[in-house]
Design a protein around this ligand. Sequence first.
Ligand code: HEM
Length: 534
Amino acid sequence: ATIHDQKLHRGAGGELHQFAEDGMPVLTTAQGGPVSDDQNTLRVGARGPALIDDFHFREKIFHFDHERIPERVVHARGYGAHGYFETYESLGAYTRADLFQRPGEKTPAFVRFSTVAGSKGSFDLARDVRGFAVKIYTQQGNWDLVGNNIPVFFIQDAIKFPDVIHSVKPEPDRQFPQAQSAHDNFWDFITLTPESMHMIMWVMSDRAIPRSFRFMEGFGVHTFRFVNAADESTFVKFHWKPKLGLQSVAWNEAVKINGADPDFHRRDLWQSIQSGAFPEWELCVQLFDQDFADTFDFDILDPTKIIPEEILPVKPIGRLVLDRMPENFFAETEQVAFMTQNVPPGIDFSNDPLLQGRNFSYLDTQLKRLGGPNFTHLPINAPKCPFHNFQQDGHMAMRNPVGRVNYQPNSWNQGPRESPVQGYRHFPAEEQGPKVRLRPESFADHYSQARQFYISQTPPEQRHIAAALIFELSKVETPVIRERMVSHLMNIDETLASKVGHALGFKSMPKPADAAMPTRQDLEPSPALSIVER
Ligand code: HEM
């Protein structure tokens, strides 16, 4: 075929469509240049050295060499879907957030479910917390509710986050990826961190091995604020309730599924959405004021505590429907950037010290992971409402301010303006006090809610918790760590503690643990510890 025959075709805009000899479009480089041979590098003679002239080879290999971006430092393995949020009723009395004003209104959404500890290639049925991150593209900018399927967290202060994550990720020396079975570092950290006990009971429960993403609850975890047009604040906790109800698998099922089909959860989501069985969750809220908060012994700023739904029932305010899979996993699910600090006017933060740390961490991590400040230019992260600002340039900029003016104030009457009326106003909470590093006394009770969770479980569920603890702790090689965990269980439920202790071969039960976080000096060096450390 020659360049003059019917293999060339000009489009309506004059663009040249080139077709290969079999009628398929011609392969091109990223620069658009047509390629003649994609099977052989350019060489001197059939058996000679390769030539640097081969720009097609170099571009192809260069691009391949750069395919990977850093996986998320946590929640690396995830699966996303598109859908919408539908508002049930006007919540104008509580919040000025536009998405909550008009019943029946639908707002586009993207959700990413994830495990926390494992790497991108780990298996779906690991015993782990599941991420439940929702991005709602509201008319006042994106709202990210970056939650989990467990309503509490391991730690009370974000400064401990690198520690808890390092303890659960592979050890620096041996790098055994252990998304599933226990190991000493994790249980060492947990048993030295009594505030994690409530979360640990959830993680040892069936909640940590969900049957599918479709049968999971989701939680915003922290106390947030709704703020209405009169700048009045109401505390709010967010819950996602699955329409299909809650279901988990049993541990022996999880182990088999992981072996037979490590992609079980993502396949389930893919198949259900592709077949038209769209999963659905109701967004529910617990709304309360400071007087109500003051009735509890615990602090509503403490992310290791829940407000029991028996005391404050949840109120459904809308529903989330997932009805479309991404066309491109990398462009959408991998590059989506959730950030707790993405809130529209009418939703605000509380002083929860974990939330406040997260509000720093997510922007920072996206900058690293997505390679620069323009990750909002990616379609999955861009707002779906009109937006205008003076930000410009930077790596991979897809848009810049148009025209002469890229600053304000300016004398040309150009560009967007700030608006005290339409714009985001932070709730003007009164704050006062000395600068200190101090855990408040109201954050000190680490066992009551762990106990409440355990006793709220049915007998088979309680047996699963005991079995999970026995299995996990039996993998812990260091006796003092096992003992320490059982001493915490003594504060949660003595029957559970003795069941676990006996199964681990304890001759006698340890004393109940001291609730205070131990200091380094309190830790007695044990012979076993030093052996394992080497
Ligand atoms: C990622 C939830 C605490 C730092 C995530 C994701 C979820 C999540 C769901 C995955 C987002 C996605 O699918 O792309 C939570 C919850 C927390 C919590 C519910 C506590 C209640 C923290 C804290 C920090 C933190 C305390 C740091 C101070 C990160 C980072 C990522 C992440 C760096 C990776 C983000 C990315 O690369 O896209 N978190 N997290 N998280 N979280 Fe958290």
